[in-house]
Design a protein around this ligand. Sequence first.
Ligand SMILES: Cc1ncc(COP(=O)(O)O)c(C=O)c1O
Length: 182
Amino acid sequence: ADVVVVLDEAYNEYLDDAQQYDSIAWVRKYPNLLVSRTFSKAYGLAGLRIGYAVAQPALTDLLNRIRQPFNVNSLAQAAAVAALGDVAFLQRSAKLNRAGKAQLVVAFERLGLQYVPSSGNFVLVRVGQDDGAGARVNLALLKQGVIVRPVGNYNLPQWLRITIGLPEENAAFIVALERALK
Ligand SMILES: Cc1ncc(COP(=O)(O)O)c(C=O)c1O
């Protein structure tokens, strides 16, 4: 009860119906729970730098005291309000992500690469058995104009984190990955 619990829901919009849960009911129940959400992922508004938190007034009042003045501009707020009402875009975004995830997973299985099943908009894939693999394949991808995320700093030097893109971007990545692995 004397610890603030932050539940980061950055990727919740990508969850299947069966994975959904009612965090707002938990906020009503627990005064020490704060749920954070972002418009940077499924809403596609990362460049506007906007998100929000849901918590009971005692907690939001503390945040309000330390936040910078004018920390979210009015254009971003208008876009966020419009985005909240754009259910069709969100559904399209989640569908595109599901299809892209399947596209990557099929390629990983064909190439015999281990991966971690994902519920978000990225997939973690093991690109080699030696600890230089992540950095080596990342560099080979960079040289082909493909930017992914090395995760050696999470103690996963054999793995890369691949963000799901548009179908043609995923396809270009797969071609580049095959070259990089050779
Ligand atoms: C786990 C997690 N939480 C929250 C965010 C929030 O992103 P932003 O600062 O763009 O709202 C990200 C984005 O990378 C994330 O990966």
